[in-house]
Design a protein around this ligand. Sequence first.
Ligand SMILES: [Zn+2]
Length: 62
Amino acid sequence: MEPQLRRPTRRACERCGRVERWDDDAATWLVAETDGEKRVGSPYCIHEWDINGRFAPFEEPA
Ligand SMILES: [Zn+2]
C-alpha cells in the first residue's frame, strides 16, 4: 500500500479562535465559516495552530 499523504484540512488558532480550512483549488488556507459566520479571529494574533507538532505529512512506515 502506498504511503498516504496526510495533511490537515482544518486548523484552529488556540489563541484567538480563528479557524481556517485548506482549499485545494486555491492551494492555500482560507477562513472557515461556522454556523454561517466567518471565524477570522484577531488580525493581530500570532496564531498558534492546534495542529502544530502533531502533524506528520506521511504515515510512519509500519
Ligand atoms: Zn490566532
